[in-house]
Design a protein around this ligand. Structure first.
Ligand SMILES: Cc1cc2nc3c(=O)[nH]c(=O)nc-3n(C[C@H](O)[C@H](O)[C@H](O)COP(=O)(O)O)c2cc1C
Length: 181
């Protein structure tokens, strides 16, 4: 996902989708319109079949159920980590803090050496756990659900913790800070 420049995000916009648009135009308009929905930013990690750490930046994370404790996120079928995440036993969702934009950019890089550039350790089940995040959720992969060009991963939360701090926000293709109280 590219992050457009600042000024465009501040301007007023008028996106809409219609059947007269080409598929490419309509897809762009849908993406821009979905971008109106502000989210937090997470990094999800796991191990691949050979035991190598895998991770990617994700803003499709959301809560699903308290009892049982379930969360979800969706992964693009074209991601390099697709096989690892859709076949893993466990994954960890890390909620990023406001000053972790560089971590988000690092894990949004395709095939980059992501784990050489951050502090992490092997957590429960040996799944890579990043140090110093706002919150984290250790999950058992409970179900894969078909979601078009993405697959929705449902996770059962096994362990979780929060250290607080201001969260990183993503809105209209750029990072933002939380507005004052
Ligand atoms: C803020 C942000 C949120 C993202 N959210 C998702 C997401 O929810 N699902 C997804 O598949 N990709 C998402 N991406 C894109 C992936 O992080 C990116 O494609 C990454 O390169 C995938 O890594 P891989 O191809 O090395 O597995 C997001 C990127 C950014 C910057």
């Amino acid at each position: 996902m590219t992050v457009p420049s600042n000024s465009a995000a501040q301007a007023s916009i008028d996106h809409s989708g219609s059947s007269e648009q080409s598929p490419v135009e309509r897809s762009r308009a849908l993406r821009d319109t979905l971008g109106q929905f502000a989210t937090g930013v997470t990094v999800v990690t796991t191990l691949d079949a050979s035991g190598k750490p895998v991770g990617m930046t994700v803003n499709s994370f959301n809560s699903v159920s308290l009892d049982p404790a379930l969360i979800l996120w969706s992964i693009d079928r074209g991601s390099l980590g697709y096989a690892a995440f859709t076949q893993c036993e466990r994954f960890v969702v890390h909620v990023l803090k406001g000053d972790q934009q560089h971590v988000s950019n690092l894990f949004a890089g395709r095939g980059a050496d992501k784990f050489g550039q951050v502090k992490w350790h092997a957590g429960p089940g040996n799944v890579p756990q990043l140090d110093d995040c706002a919150a984290l959720f250790h999950c058992r992969r409970a179900q894969n659900i078909d979601g078009g060009d993405h697959t929705i991963l449902l996770g059962e939360v096994l362990e979780f913790s929060a250290s607080g701090g201001e969260p990183l926000i993503f809105h209209r293709g750029r990072y933002r800070a939380l507005a004052g109280e």
